[in-house]
Design a protein around this ligand. Structure first.
Ligand code: GLA
Length: 391
């Protein structure tokens, strides 16, 4: 797939910018999170893995200071132009605010490009699916800048720069999970990351007799960014209230018992629920990874299911379409666990399904979704891929 994507993006480069000589092609993956949702900005643990789909970037240096961008995913927008000078977010710049944000973030760290670029993008992550197309775009941009201009940054820093640009250039207060999973991806492994200090370990995923299946609801509600930022600030307020009675740096520092003992310090019922999710989800993630190490897939699945219930009821980031997918999945024999994945309000679910049940899963979940939502979902059997590379 990578080679075909490379050829397609090179061909487009030649078509749009006249010549593909000396053009380099880079790739960074999207991600799916297995468990640990909305914990990454609360100093908790996450457990994502990189996918083999992502963003391809064909790029060539220019003699001047111009930036010219073209995306095969947004053909109708044509070539979008700007300059490497005075980088700032602009509505008309549309999707190019993501790569420009990364360039800006490098500049903030004292790494400034000394010439402009021609860039053509081609992504194979379905738009709005919650599989981190924006993080993969940020990471491929950072990786490209490092390779082309010799900037001295590690892959972990590529993730941090991506997150910084998204927070401060694009106004989405995301945590570090998506960029970290993309920048640090490792074939056939998930990443057990402690967002409190960025320590991490790889966990091989060989689910004997089962596969990870992503189901795309094909809905994305527009409130996602504003609701996301609201959840984040609710957690920050709850943390400040808890800090008045206990010495913690993040909600991820608390066990369930400690939370129950101190929760009366939080002066609002909604905030109690939000903080409860963050605390319990973090502990579920730790337990889930432990269960996986012990080959106890059943416990892993139960924790995924509990994660969904908590995201639906306490964190309120699910939606009716996603609940239809998850409820239907839970009813299929051979489904080990199923939950919403990513930021929420649409996007995808992630399920662990026994090999022999995959066909029935697609059929039954597809049928329920068609009947209750009137749409056909898409299914992907996940292949876990590596981080960014030059092709
Ligand atoms: C989005 C954000 C991540 C993370 C998830 C929820 O994907 O970009 O940082 O917070 O939502 O787990």
């Amino acid at each position: 797939m990578g080679i075909a994507m490379k050829e397609t993006v090179l061909k487009k480069f030649e078509e749009v910018f006249g010549d593909s000589e000396g053009v380099k092609v880079f790739f960074a993956p999207g991600r799916v999170n297995l468990i640990g949702e909305h914990t990454d900005y609360n100093g908790g643990h996450v457990f994502p893995c990189a996918l083999t789909i992502g963003t391809y970037m064909a790029v060539k240096k220019r003699d001047d200071r111009k930036l010219r961008f073209y995306s095969m995913n947004f053909d109708h927008l044509g070539v979008i132009e700007s300059s490497i000078e005075g980088l700032k977010p602009e509505k008309e710049a549309d999707w190019t605010n993501y790569p420009k944000g990364v360039m800006w973030a490098f500049e903030k760290r004292g790494m400034k490009m000394d010439c402009g670029l021609d860039i053509v993008l081609n992504g194979n992550i379905p738009n709005g699916s919650g599989l981190s197309s924006s993080a993969s775009l940020e990471v491929v941009t950072g990786f490209m800048l490092r390779e082309l201009f010799g900037f001295d940054v590690t892959n972990v820093e590529l993730a941090q720069i991506g997150q910084y640009s998204e927070n401060n250039f694009n106004g989405m207060n995301c945590g570090i999970m998506d960029q970290f999973a993309s920048a640090m991806g490792k074939k056939d492994n998930a990443i057990f990351l402690d967002t409190a200090d960025l320590s991490y370990e790889y966990a091989p995923i060989n689910l004997a007799g089962a596969k990870i299946v992503v189901t795309n609801s094909k809905v994305k509600h527009s409130l996602v960014n504003s609701e996301y930022n609201t959840r984040r600030s609710e957690c920050e307020t709850a943390l400040a209230e808890l800090q008045a009675v206990t010495d913690i740096k993040g909600l991820g520092d608390l066990t369930e018992e400690e939370f129950e003992a101190h929760k009366s310090a939080i002066k609002d019922e909604t905030r109690v629920k939000r903080a409860k999710h963050a605390v319990y989800e973090n502990r579920r993630t730790i337990r889930a990874v432990e269960a996986l190490k012990n080959n106890d897939l059943e416990t892993f699945g139960k924790l995924m299911n509990a994660s969904h219930v908590s995201l639906r009821d306490d964190y309120a980031v699910s939606c009716s379409e996603i609940d239809v997918l998850v409820d239907a999945a839970w009813k299929v024999e051979g489904v080990i666990g199923s939950r919403i994945t990513g930021g929420g309000f649409g996007g995808c679910t992630v399920s662990i399904v026994k090999d022999e049940a995959i066909e029935a899963f697609k059929e039954q979940v597809g049928k329920a979704y068609q009947e209750q939502v009137g749409k056909t979902p898409e299914f992907y059997v996940v292949e876990i891929g590596n981080g960014p590379c030059e092709l």
